[in-house]
Design a protein around this ligand. Structure first.
Ligand code: HEC
Ligand code: HEC
Ligand code: HEC
Ligand code: HEC
Ligand code: HEC
Length: 398
């Protein structure tokens, strides 16, 4: 009896395993690789899946990201309409923000669930080569057009032994460290982008290559957590990340009742601070407090963008007359006061000592410029419109 107990469940288990792997393999073969959902990877790569799901890569389409969505609707149109064109061309946005739809040449992002997954697992893990963003004939090739893809084999860094015979349990796989250990895997989408008037908007990649020391994106954006590459892809949306870019310190001197204060700001990164979307910005406010803790002096009464421009680190876009213009409409760059890679800058202030006993400098990071925030009601989009405190420096005076 005891002996007979075992084989039956084992047989069921074996046939179940055989059948399910047969079915999964069959499903994998029936679906083109670029249509394989991140959900198909989740059962085995649970942690990575959860990290990715919270990332801006998983939320990169106009259906999910409210900021991108607002611009996409204004510049291109309804993200659920098929056959949308932008100046008679397929909308370039989708090449980076919705790669699976771009590969199919579709514009209705609700047509297939996979389109809404944005930059999903297979959008990266099928990249077999990087062609660069510069076309031989001039002009740019961006996002999916900057890469070559494998339609049969998952690409990866070659970190894991995978199985004893080196094969991925479900998919055919290729170790491709030349791409998956280098900036190339990011550059097709993060190198640079211009608007229709050829004004540069985002340029993280160009910032890096122009800096003296090369920086590997993966060292900071895909650090190993418990031995596995972090797939949260933290950036401007994360307080944890943005505070890592800036070092701030403050010194002062005092003579004949005048306080001279110097705030030193250093960019610790191989790209600009802030980098990325043209409306990202950083600003610094200095305040003096009296014994009672009341503010008796402030570097800015409203916002530095209005009354203390030297403390504003931003990219300014404008129209032909030199008035501020939103990214899609800009015809020229009016200025760029963001910190260059590894740059240190000093802000100097002078004030009457009077009753000041404490000085406090605070640096803030903002996803959006003040004028843009009106489009994103505070109640609904608190996380997008709240400035993040990224550095604080204090001096007690006697
Ligand atoms: C934006 C591109 C990108 C996306 C999206 C992405 N990956 Fe990765 N993944 C990479 C890169 C680059 C590496 C190599 C990191 C390294 O070795 O430093 C990697 C590594 C891995 C590894 C090996 C981990 C290790 O450290 O050994 C696995 C497994 C993996 N990815 C699975 C996934 C799954 C599953 C998803 C979707 C839920 C996904 N990836 C989404 C770019 C991406
Ligand atoms: C049946 C389980 C299973 C499924 C489903 C699965 N994987 Fe894996 N995968 C593994 C195992 C096991 C490894 C080896 C150990 C590790 O790295 O986690 C691996 C390794 C990897 C690696 C690392 C390869 C390298 O070069 O180091 C990548 C990338 C990867 N998988 C991507 C994916 C993607 C993308 C999907 C979904 C399309 C997926 N996997 C679905 C089990 C699975
Ligand atoms: C297929 C295009 C594509 C590839 C490849 C890609 N990204 Fe992205 N990435 C995007 C898009 C699109 C966004 C913006 C999503 C949004 O905000 O709507 C983004 C956003 C980000 C952000 C910003 C997150 C934030 O909080 O705003 C970081 C950081 C990032 N990517 C890092 C990387 C790194 C590192 C790599 C290479 C391993 C990479 N990306 C590869 C398209 C891509
Ligand atoms: C030394 C660490 C480091 C390296 C190397 C690095 N980054 Fe960053 N990155 C950061 C930090 C910290 C931030 C947040 C501050 C900021 O936005 O500049 C950031 C922000 C970003 C953002 C967010 C922009 C946004 O609009 O929200 C993107 C995209 C990005 N990096 C891409 C890259 C790419 C692509 C590379 C490689 C070419 C790279 N980074 C190399 C640390 C690094
Ligand atoms: C070359 C790839 C690429 C193309 C093409 C592209 N984007 Fe992006 N976009 C990105 C990346 C990468 C980010 C996030 C990181 C950064 O800020 O650089 C981003 C971020 C954004 C953001 C900010 C999102 C946020 O969460 O704050 C908006 C808005 C945006 N893109 C709109 C568009 C529109 C509209 C188009 C088409 C007219 C477009 N993008 C085309 C790569 C691209």
């Amino acid at each position: 009896m005891l002996n007979n107990d075992r084989p039956l469940p084992l047989l069921i288990l074996l046939s179940y395993l055989f059948l399910s792997s047969f079915l999964q393999t069959a499903a994998a073969q029936a679906t083109p690789l670029h249509h394989v959902s991140a959900k198909q990877c989740a059962s085995c790569h649970q942690t990575i899946y959860q990290q990715w799901q919270g990332s801006m890569h998983a939320n990169s389409t106009a259906l999910k990201d409210p900021i991108h969505g607002a611009f996409y609707k204004a510049v291109v149109g309804d993200p659920t309409q098929e056959g949308l064109t932008k100046q008679d061309k397929y909308p370039v946005c989708l090449q980076c923000h919705a790669p699976a739809a771009a590969k199919d040449g579709k514009t209705d992002l609700s047509a297939l669930a996979i389109y809404g997954e944005g930059v999903n697992c297979v959008a990266c893990h099928t990249i077999s080569a990087y062609k660069g963003t510069q076309k031989a004939s001039g002009g740019l090739q961006l996002g999916t057009q900057a890469y070559e893809y494998s339609s049969t084999s998952l690409q990866g860094p070659g970190n894991s032994k995978i199985t004893a015979d080196g094969k991925h349990p479900i998919y055919s796989n290729t170790a491709n460290p030349a791409i998956f250990k280098s900036n190339a895997v990011c550059m097709g989408c993060h190198d640079q982008r211009k608007n229709a008037n050829k004004v540069t908007l985002c340029q993280t990649g160009s910032e890096i290559s122009a800096s003296e020391t090369e920086g590997n994106c993966l060292d900071c954006h895909m650090k190993k957590v418990n031995g596995k590459a972090d797939h949260r892809f933290l950036g401007g949306h994360s307080s944890e990340m943005v505070s890592q870019g800036l070092a701030m310190s403050m010194t002062h001197s005092e003579s004949s009742n005048t306080l001279k204060v110097s705030i030193k700001l250093s960019n610790k990164l191989p790209h600009k601070l802030p980098t990325g979307a043209p409306f990202r910005n950083i600003y610094v406010k200095l305040t003096g407090y009296d014994k009672q803790g009341e503010i008796v002096w402030a570097s800015s009464q409203s916002h530095p963008v209005k009354d203390d421009k030297k403390a504003m680190f931003m990219y300014s876009l404008g129209d032909a007359k030199g008035n501020p213009a939103p990214p899609p409409k800009a015809t020229q760059v009016l200025g760029d006061t963001r910190l260059k890679p590894y740059e240190t800058r000093e802000l100097n202030y002078a004030m009457a000592k009077a009753t000041i006993v404490k000085l406090k400098a605070v640096a803030y990071y903002d996803l959006l410029l003040p004028a843009m925030k009106k489009k994103f009601p505070q109640a609904e989009h608190k996380d997008l419109v709240q400035p993040k405190v990224i550095a604080v420096s204090e001096i007690e005076l006697n």
